[in-house]
Every structure is written in C-alpha cells, then in structure tokens.
Ligand binder design. Structure first.
Ligand SMILES: *Cc1c(COP(=O)(O)O)cnc(C)c1O
Length: 470
C-alpha cells in the first residue's frame, strides 16, 4: 500500500462555522488587516502556529482525570520525571509552564552583559531572553540555509567552521553555554543531522562549554534523521532521540509542540550544582519543583504525550501531511522553502507576488488574501515581523525574506481541510497579479507584527474578486 493514513480515528469533534467571503472581509477590516487581531471563531482553518494547538489522544484525556493535584510530591510529577529521564538520560527534570520559562530560568543564572550564546539559529523568545539580560545571541546558520529553492537534507545544521572560529577567539568565560535548536525553527523547521550535532557538541566541549538543546521538535528532528541521514534507517527512533539528548548536557523543551499538549515545558540537565540553583529560581516564579507552574493533570497529559510522540506511524503520517501540502503547492507553481519540514510549509511570498515591493508587505498581503478567500489564517514571517523602520528617514528596511508560514497543528486537520487550502491557493495564484500590498498605519515599538494596524495601499485586498469563492 502506498497511501499513508492517519493512525488514529476521531472520537470528539470541534465544529467551526463555515463563513462567507463577505463576513471575512468585514472581520479582516475590523482587525485592521492584522490576523492576530481576528477572533478565532472567524477563522476556519487556523494554520497560525503548531504551538499548543494539537489534539490530545484518548489516553491523554484519561491522564487528565488521573492527574495528582498535590502541591508537593505529586505522583504525576514522578511519572513525568521518569518519562523524561528515560527519553533524555538527564538526571534533573523541572516542569515549567512553557518553553520560555525554561529559557528565563536557565539564562538568568548564566547570562549577563559579558556573555555570548551561540546557536544554529535562536528562536525569537530565546534571543529575546538572552538580550533582555544584556547578553548577545549569535546565529551560525549553515551555508545555503537561506537558499529556499535548494533542497538539502539538513538545512538546520550549524556552520561548524564559523562556530569553531568563534569559539577559538572568544575570551575565556565569555560563552556560558552553547545551544542547538532541533528542529531549527528560524530556518524553516529544518532538521539538524546527528553528525552535525555531534561535531557541534564536541566543539563546545573542547572549549569547556556545555551544550543545551532547544528541543521543542525533538521527535520531528529524530524522524528526519531516520529518513535522511546515512546509516540511520534501521535504528529505532527512540535510540536516535536518545542519542540527540545524550550528546548535549541539558535541554529546554516547549512541550506545546512535540509534547503533544496545549501548555507546558521542561528544563532538564545533568549538572547537580546548576540544578540546585534552577530549583531555587523555579520556586520563585513557577512554583514548587514538583509542579512548576502546571496543574498535576497537565503533567500527566505531558508524560503521556511524550510517550506517544515517537510513534513511527504518527511521524510518518505527519511527514506525509506536510509533503501532501508542499507537493500540491509546487504543482501550482507556488514557490516554497525546500524541502518541506514537518511542522509547517513556508511560501516565498516575495517571489509569488513580485509586483508588491517588500515595504508593502507581500507576505501579509498573501495572508490577507488567503483569509478572505478561504478563511485560512497563516502567519507572515517577513518585513512586518522583522523589518525595521529607519528612525532617520522613516523608511522601512525590509527583512531578508517575505515568507508566509502555513503551520500544521498536530492531529487536528484532515486531508480535505488541506485540499481546501490548496484550492484557495489555486485561486490566489490565478488572480495574483491583482493583489496589492499594505502599509502600516500604527505600530508599537516592539514586536509590531502582533498589534500593528494596517491598511491596503490600493483597492482593499480581495475586492477585485468579490464574487469568487473556493
Ligand atoms: C515554541 C518555541 C520556544 C518557546 O516556547 P513557548 O512554549 O512558546 O514559550 C522556544 N524555542 C523553540 C524552538 C520553539 O519552537
């Protein structure tokens, strides 16, 4: 058999309203053309993020009922601790309310203004938490990682030569720890190879620098190693995941991704002295170490999620879903970042809409059009999110690229939902010459993508095709 099917059936459904283009056009205007300002009930297919948006299994819901809500010594904590120890091999396991809490706690203990933290590419919150403490967050993406059209198997890898040069020249004590993000979210969810992680960890360790994994998508990374890295095809997935963790000295995990839960995170490490300091700080802000800002039921659901996520049938289905969308978009000549990862497909909006200059936000224009046409919510990762206003001239300095990310929540949407997305794209592609850009009317000083108010530069987006419908 060639068809890869969902290795689950649906037991509980969450209806959503099928809205009209007219309704969506009004909702978009009321949201000032910023999709973060939409009410979720006005969205039909929400591809904004894969973070905390997955569906839990029947066993996870059963675990919710079994969660132990004791303040101290909860049995759900000990269950989670055992699962994380078995998975990672790390001695000390701390639950936290989400990934960034783990970042804040670890970085507060190790980062100050004299410190620099290297990474293949820092995720937004990782970078922000380091910079907030006055430290420097450095990215070492591999050569070719930003060549979207080029399909290399491990575009998430760190640039080893650049990393080694940096470490050799760093003042003693300036690098408190090094990081590796698996999968590499900033570089399009691309995986890191075992060979690259092994070499990066050796480079860090050669300079006495511990290595921490930002391991939100460890299972997806392990799966892509098994698919793509020479010599790994016959290994049990759990072995590969275990080796990833064993190569490092600790990890930060946002459990909202491969933890298969809606909220939660983990900080795990081996260093006893550091763990003692983590414990103190954890009590200050997250709560007692046996619950870490989560309910006992959350701990129990997370333990079960971590047991499920390395299921090879699940990951084969997940890869097939992303590839199904990516292949269909390619058949429509939509330029995408290649190869497709597992958690999202990224569209190169600047290439798709060449008539819209970067300062008129081609990525956001595409997002708005997808919403009006199909009730789909995607997210712009481009000039709206990362562009800067030049304070001297007021001009927008474009981001490196204008991408649109179509994230795939775990175990949520079916193939016909994806077919709807593809049909919407077919319409957008057909009428793309008529799409116009947007300008920013109002923006905050930080993280403008979340709250900026926008306005179409010419005719409102989608107006040219008032009557068409996917
Ligand atoms: C989501 C994510 C984080 C932050 O985790 P939150 O749970 O959103 O706080 C950190 N790093 C990576 C790679 C992520 O994907």
């Amino acid at each position: 058999m060639h068809t890869i099917i969902e290795p689950f059936r649906i037991k509980s459904v969450e209806p959503f309203a099928i809205t009209t283009e007219d309704h969506r056009r009004r909702a978009l205007a009321a949201a000032h053309w910023n999709l973060f300002a939409l009410r979720a009930e006005d969205v039909m297919i929400d591809l904004l993020t894969d973070s905390g948006t997955g569906a839990m299994s029947a066993r996870q819901w059963a675990a919710i009922m079994l969660g132990d809500e004791s303040y101290a010594g909860s049995s759900s904590f000990f269950e989670l601790e055992q699962v994380v120890r078995d998975l990672t091999g790390y001695r000390h396991v701390f639950p936290v309310h989400q990934g960034r809490a783990a970042e804040r706690i670890l970085f507060t203990l190790l980062v100050d203004r004299s410190k620099t933290v290297p990474n293949n590419a820092h995720f937004d919150t990782t970078r922000a938490n380091i910079e907030f403490l006055g430290g420097t967050a450095l990215d070492f993406p591999s050569a070719g990682a930003s060549d979207f059209a080029h399909a290399a198997p491990f575009k998430g890898d760190i640039d080893l030569a650049a990393l080694r040069t940096f470490l050799a020249n760093a003042p003693v004590g300036a690098v408190p720890f090094g990081m590796m993000t698996i999968t590499n979210n900033r570089m399009g969810g691309q995986p890191v190879s075992l060979a690259n992680l092994r070499a990066a960890a050796a480079a860090y360790h050669g300079h006495g620098v511990p290595c921490f994994l930002d391991a939100a998508r460890f299972a997806e990374n392990a799966w892509l190693i098994k698919q793509r890295e020479p010599g790994q095809q016959q290994r049990p997935l759990r072995d590969i995941a275990h080796e990833l963790f064993r190569l490092a000295d600790g990890c930060l995990i946002s459990a909202k991704k491969d933890g298969l839960v809606n909220i939660g995170g983990i900080l795990a490490l081996n260093d006893d002295a550091l763990a003692a300091r983590v414990r103190e700080l954890l009590i200050l802000t997250e709560g007692f170490p046996t619950y870490g800002g989560l309910a006992g039921r959350d701990l129990a659901a997370l333990a079960q999620g971590l047991r499920e996520v390395l299921d090879e049938d699940y990951l084969a289905y997940r890869e097939a879903s992303a590839r199904y969308l990516a292949d269909a978009l390619e058949r429509l000549d939509v330029p995408i970042v290649k190869p497709a990862g597992l958690h999202a497909v990224y569209v190169d909006a600047r290439a798709l809409l060449p008539q819209i200059p970067p300062h008129e936000l081609p990525g956001q224009a595409l997002c708005c059009e997808l919403y009006v046409r199909g009730g789909i919510r995607a997210v712009e990762i481009g000039t709206l999110m990362f562009g800067r206003s030049n304070p001297a001239t007021g001009e927008t300095v474009p981001a490196e690229a204008d991408l649109v990310r179509l994230c795939l929540p775990r175990r949520v949407y079916t193939q016909s939902h994806v077919d709807w997305v593809v049909e919407t794209f077919a319409q957008v592609v057909r009428d793309r010459a008529r799409l116009r850009g947007l300008r920013i009317e109002e923006q905050p000083r930080y993280l403008r993508a979340f709250t900026a108010k926008l306005r179409p530069v010419a005719a409102p987006v989608g107006v040219a095709n008032e009557r068409s419908r996917p």
